[in-house]
Design a protein around this ligand. Structure first.
Ligand code: GDP
Length: 242
């Protein structure tokens, strides 16, 4: 099995930073769930949304990043749990960021009316969530971006231009050859526009440290000590959600 941390070709500083980022992600704990936008708590903390079509590997990626087997429920029936689940991140009970797990879309068996309602909820969330600081769009590179992925990209593009961080994450990379990975990555870099693209495999632990560092740096850039560009006002405290 591959080593969980980079050991070859990485400076001790990079290894320490990856270890710190993974330790921080391991603090992830369930915060709340919402069936519609107005049920989401208003938070003055950077929030990072994980989005993708059903079966893209989103639950597996969240669980792998947090090194918890049951945080996001990979076994749940696709398309059934149509809730936005929020997870708090931060050491010693001090929350410094929130992960939002949005429902997977595009699952064929979901009734059309439900699909359309969720597409509207998702679009409004991405357009209007004030503390949204980053979006990770997960995509199985064997299938490429679907029409819904493209629509979602269009929705967030104006916010990316205003400073929202965006990561196009190519999941299940272990299913591709090296050449296919390189090709998928170069296409994804173009598709990501002002954002970034990375390869990820939960199975082979490929890209885990890179994504952990991307998330950590994003939140650090919004922290109370950051110089403010694009920061979330008043970040650092979480209201009592009772
Ligand atoms: P979600 O619907 O986006 O949450 O997707 P899941 O995390 O439930 O994953 C969908 C399927 O892809 C499951 O059968 C997972 O075991 C599989 N899967 C997820 N990540 C990987 C990976 O890195 N490699 C491989 N080979 N399969 C994966």
């Amino acid at each position: 099995m591959a080593s969980p941390l980079p050991s070859q070709g990485h400076t001790p500083g990079a290894v320490a930073a990856a270890r710190e980022a993974l330790g921080w992600l391991h603090t992830a704990r369930f915060l709340t769930t919402a069936a519609q936008l107005d049920q989401l708590p208003e938070l003055a903390l950077p929030e990072i949304a994980f989005v993708g079509r059903s079966n893209a590997g989103k639950s597996t990626a969240i669980n792998t990043l947090a090194q918890q087997t049951q945080l996001a429920f990979a076994s749940r029936k696709p398309g059934r749990t149509q809730h936005i689940n929020l997870f708090a991140l931060g050491r010693q009970g001090r929350t410094d960021a929130v992960l939002a797990d949005l429902p997977g879309y595009g699952y064929a068996a979901v009734p059309l009316a439900d699909k359309q309602r969720w597409q509207r909820v998702m679009a409004s969330y991405l357009v209007s969530r004030p503390n949204l600081a980053g979006v990770v769009l997960l995509c199985d590179p064997r299938h490429g971006l679907t029409e819904l992925d493209e629509a979602l990209l269009e929705v967030i593009r104006p916010r990316v231009e205003q400073g929202l961080k965006f990561l196009l994450l190519l999941t299940k990379a272990d299913k591709l050859t090296r050449a296919e990975q390189a090709r998928a990555l170069s296409i994804a870099r173009l598709q990501a526009g002002g954002g970034e693209a990375m390869l990820f495999s939960a199975l082979k632990r490929q890209g885990v440290e890179a994504v952990a560092l991307w998330l950590r740096r994003l939140v650090q850039a919004h922290g109370p000590d950051a110089d403010g560009a694009g920061g979330v006002p008043g970040s650092g405290q979480l209201p009592d959600l009772g």
